[in-house]
Structure formats: C-alpha cells, structure tokens
Design a protein around this ligand. Structure first.
Ligand SMILES: [Zn+2]
Length: 179
C-alpha cells in the first residue's frame, strides 16, 4: 500500500477514540492522540530510508523487522510494561494507538505487497492478491493494478469524514436561520 496508510490510520483512530477510548481522552487532547496515530500509521515505512540509503535495495523492505507483526507486539508490550514499572505511568491508550496503527499498516500491506505474519514460526509471505511485474519501475505495477482502487476508496472515506466533521451541526444552522 502506498498512499492510504495515513487516511486509514485517521479513520481507525477516530473511531477508536470516539468509542472505546472516549473515557480515557482528556478534553483538548484528542488532536495530539490523532497526530501520534498518524505518525504510527506510517512508522513501519520509515525502513525505506534504510532500504534506499543503507541496504542499497538488496532486500525487500517487507522483510525488515519493521514489517514483522511480532516485532510491534513485543515493542508495544515492552513500552507499556517498562513505562508502568519505571515511571509508574499507565500508557495504555498510547500503547493501544501504537499497536493498532502499526498492525493496521501491516494489514493494508498484506493486500498486495505481502507480510510475513507468522515469522519466525514460518517464512511464508501472506498477501491477498499477487501483482505481476509489468513495468520496470516497481511502483507502477501497484498503481496500475485494480487493488489501487482500494487505496482511493480509503482516501475518499477519510476525506468525507473530515469534511463531515468540519461541517457545522444542523442544529446550529437552524438556530442561525431562526435568529
Ligand atoms: Zn509498509
């Protein structure tokens, strides 16, 4: 997945914070959690710096530990329990946002790219659809494929939700009209 990670992260975090997370979000803190979530939603792809600058494109970046689900499970658990033990802080909400968004990233990367979901139990890459290489520049193979419509759909959904959130509530419009 290329361009839908941020909007997907926004959609799932907005939903989560308004439902399960609602009692834990202090007034005014909502936007900070969302900003953190957006960073988390693309966090696994920071390995592209390593891919291009250090590894010289020798290994697919989905083979790096940043795209291994078990890594994010262990990393989040370590973060949560060390914060609790060392700083006596409960960072349950922050940890949940981190885990949900990084795993969501890997789910979306499983549509066409493929993720080693059961590593290190097995070395199989799991993906929903296989993309055949038709163009020299590998990015084109994914953008021209029909699964890219899925990305456009997520972007459209997030745009719609942001637009709806920014729209003044109907009751305000009615009261303004009556004034
Ligand atoms: Zn990725």
């Amino acid at each position: 997945m290329f361009i839908a990670h941020l909007p997907a992260g926004y959609l799932i975090t907005r939903y989560g914070l308004r439902t399960i997370g609602a009692p834990f979000v202090k007034a005014g803190a909502w936007k900070y959690y969302v900003m953190f979530a957006l960073v988390c939603s693309v966090l696994p792809d920071f390995d592209l710096f390593y891919f291009y600058l250090v590894d010289n494109r020798q290994h697919a970046h989905h083979t790096y530990w940043t795209h291994i689900p078990l890594f994010w499970l262990l990393f989040t658990a370590l973060l949560y329990f060390s914060a609790k033990a060392v700083f006596k802080k409960n960072i349950g909400l922050v940890s949940s946002i981190l885990l949900v968004n990084t795993l969501m990233h890997l789910v979306l990367d499983s549509v066409a790219g493929g993720i080693y979901w059961l590593y290190p139990l097995n070395n199989e890459k799991y993906r929903l659809f296989e993309i055949t290489a038709r163009f020299d520049w590998w990015v084109f193979n994914y953008i021209i494929h029909w699964t890219f419509l899925f990305e456009l759909l997520i972007i459209a959904a997030a745009t719609y939700v942001v637009w709806e959130d920014k729209k003044p509530a109907l009751v305000d419009t009615v009261s303004q009209y009556n004034d």
